[in-house]
Ligand binder design. Sequence first.
Ligand SMILES: *Cc1c(COP(=O)(O)O)cnc(C)c1O
Length: 384
Amino acid sequence: MLPFIRSDLAQFTAYKPHPSSDTDAAVPVQLDRLDTNESPYDLPLELKQKLAWTFQQVIESNRYPDGGHQELKGAIAEYVNESANLPSSSFTAANISVGNGSDELIRSLLIATCLGDEGSILVANPTFSMYGILAQTLGIPVVTVSRNPENFTIDLTAAQSAIEQTQNPPIRVVFVVHPNSPTANPLTANELRWLKSLSDQILVVIDEAYFEFSQTTLVSELTQRPNWVILRTFSKAFRLAAMRVGYCVAHPEAIAILEKVRLPYNLPSFSIASALVALQNRDILLESIPQTLDERTKLIHAFSQHPALAVAESAANFIFLRLKLDSDNSSDTTLLNLHQQLKNSGTLVRQISGGLRITIGTPEENIRTLNHIQTALIKPELIG
Ligand SMILES: *Cc1c(COP(=O)(O)O)cnc(C)c1O
């Protein structure tokens, strides 16, 4: 360990990107990348051409980007209002902050609330790992509670006692995903009631990364709740994972704080231009959503017919699949085998929290997913 590095960082490992850039000779060249919940569809060519033209004719690469993001924030606010069927004046640019991916916004929220021993965060596992990872890199304690193993609802009794009992530092932020990753379930009425019951000393972060697939949003709650913020991203339904653009919708005072802690030119000009083009053409880009939802229904139906599989309902563009096993079988090894066999056959999925998180891909990819899983499950080492 380098002598000038914070001692608590020694135990961390760097985030392993998916798909990993490690080469694995056994993996076929043609891969179905269903491990990161992106859209299977690239931007349409005409939009790429438009962006290429913007790069050639509009963006001055020697100049810093628009560091105030006013135009983008205005366009996002308009979309946010539309997405919640709110009047067009409800949210404005003053309610929006943009980040280099929502990951940046998560880090900014942590810096603004908990840094310097001021607060801990609460998460209900399994959930999106970045909340905990980013908190730990900042030396912020992470309090975890569990979920019901059948329907993945949060253990609210444990969550409430964590809030009451955690001291030095107290819980300052609760992170939830709506719908959750990797388990794909939306917040329940009970969970919402609990979130609403929290004191205004606690920031509630609702991550709606999969809003376009769930079509349920809590943005209209923000008008009465200055301690709530909503995160969204262009990395999923808007097909811009490569551009790293996320946004936060919140009360203008909370936005002002986020603006204080962010880096001055956090979004490259090309990313800003891409997000604007995506918003202007949202009707075209979001046209593929119904097909994804249809495909999801088909996959869930097919998996639920298989005696060895347990599949949960999903409100997102991925499904969470688990194995039903005899008690004398080690499910971890079996899952690992299944994951590896899928990889060998060219289907990349995420092995996580005792299951497989599988992104809904194109219809062709989904047929292969199904075939590869069915084939793998016939092999004797899997069924034991
Ligand atoms: C994919 C995802 C994001 C998006 O992160 P970006 O940094 O915007 O790419 C945020 N939250 C959750 C829960 C996600 O699954």
